[in-house]
Design a protein around this ligand. Structure first.
Ligand code: IPM
Ligand code: MG
Length: 359
């Protein structure tokens, strides 16, 4: 028996528009092949929403999100805002608001290298081979949501780094549970030698260690973690960390997967699941048709697995991506600089190859 699911698609800004089409097409193909009934709606968010309504997250989009079973999101941001920090209404506010409103406190970012991409990374293959890390980035707290201040003379600014015990506990639990299903290793990353918020973080994780005695726990400072990640990525299994550290570490970790264009993520929490590539809107290549659609496609695979419990279908998508890479097809970001036997193609051609492999 097939399942009935309502999916909201929010392409967002920049290359989000180009790549999300392919995440959606993959979901449509899976629905057809496995006789599921997926219905799709579209919503706007980010710069495109500001242009259309003045609001980076219109109520209409939020309403649709609440009524859906899962959300496939593209990217957010526009060069205009990056270069003008004085603008008050900003695309990113839409993304932060939807995370908060939907209670999406746990951001899962799996870092797994397809063998075919060993040479695409800037890190040596022998360091990379076998690396497999699952990040749990806290997503609704930290400096992202703490009070922001600017003095009247505009010369002083601050962002409050704040965590409550319950916020640390719920994300840490998710990470512990995941570690149990993997290699039973958890690394908690903080800056407890300097920050009070990190000392609370560490205390809470340490208290949980007593409940999860089967999981081997390591506490690491963020500066050291950033170094270890490129020195010896294989030492990590599950990593749990706060919002800001997680944002930075996972961009770094994307190099372990060959390219930012490969990394998918799932944000979950109280209700609906939210799926998005970790790459941004990439204005420098937006509209050129050269962005890598695989992160969006792999985000769709995460949705099938995590929100819908469709493990086989999810695996099918991952296999189709793998087959496409095996056939030598590459987008520019993952083209192997050392050999010529790769066919470098654009977003649509690459997406179409994955669909072919799916059928
Ligand atoms: C991410 C992005 C966002 C973040 C930006 C676009 C607000 O970098 O999802 O990693 O910082 O969370
Ligand atoms: Mg980021």
């Amino acid at each position: 028996m097939g399942v009935d699911k309502k999916i909201l698609v929010i392409p967002g800004d920049g290359i989000g528009q180009e790549v999300t089409t392919w995440g959606r097409k993959v979901l449509e193909t899976i629905a057809t092949n496995y006789k599921h009934n997926f219905t799709f709606e579209e919503g706007i968010m980010g710069h495109v929403a500001i242009e259309a309504t003045g609001n980076p997250l219109p109520d209409e989009t939020l309403d649709k999100a609440r009524k859906s079973d899962a959300i496939l999101f593209g990217a957010i941001g526009h060069a205009k805002y990056d270069n003008d920090p004085t603008l008050k209404v900003r695309p990113e506010q839409g993304l932060l608001k939807i995370r908060k409103e939907l209670g999406l406190y746990a951001n899962l970012r799996p870092i797994k290298l397809f063998d075919e991409l060993l040479e695409a990374s800037s890190i040596k293959p022998e360091i990379l081979r076998g690396a497999d890390i699952l990040f749990f980035r806290e997503l609704t707290g930290d400096v992202y949501f703490g009070e922001k201040k600017r003095t009247e003379d505009r010369n002083t600014a601050s962002d409050l780094m704040i965590y409550h015990k319950y916020e640390v506990e719920r994300i840490a639990r998710k990470a512990f549970e995941a570690a149990r299903t993997r290699r039973k290793k958890l690394c908690s990353v903080d800056k407890a030698n300097v920050l009070e918020a990190s000392r609370l973080w560490r205390e809470v994780v340490q208290a949980l260690e007593k409940e999860y005695t089967d999981v081997e726990v390591e506490h690491m400072f963020i500066d050291n973690a950033a170094m270890q990640l490129v020195k010896d990525p294989k030492r990590f299994d599950v990593v749990v960390t706060g919002n800001l550290f997680g944002d930075i570490l996972t961009d770094e970790a994307s190099q372990i997967a060959g390219s930012m264009g490969m990394l998918a993520s799932a944000s979950v929490g109280d209700s609906v699941g939210f799926y998005e590539p970790i790459h941004g809107s990439a204005h420098d290549i937006a509209g050129k048709g050269i962005a890598n659609p695989l992160a969006s496609i792999l985000s769709a695979a995460l949705m099938l697995d995590i929100s819908f419990g469709l493990k086989n279908e999810s695996l099918r998508v991952i296999k189709a991506v793998e087959a496409t890479l095996k056939q030598g097809f590459r987008t520019m970001d993952i083209a192997n600089k050392h050999t010529e036997n790769h066919l470098v193609m654009g977003t649509d051609a690459m997406g179409a190859k994955v669909l072919e492999n799916l059928s």
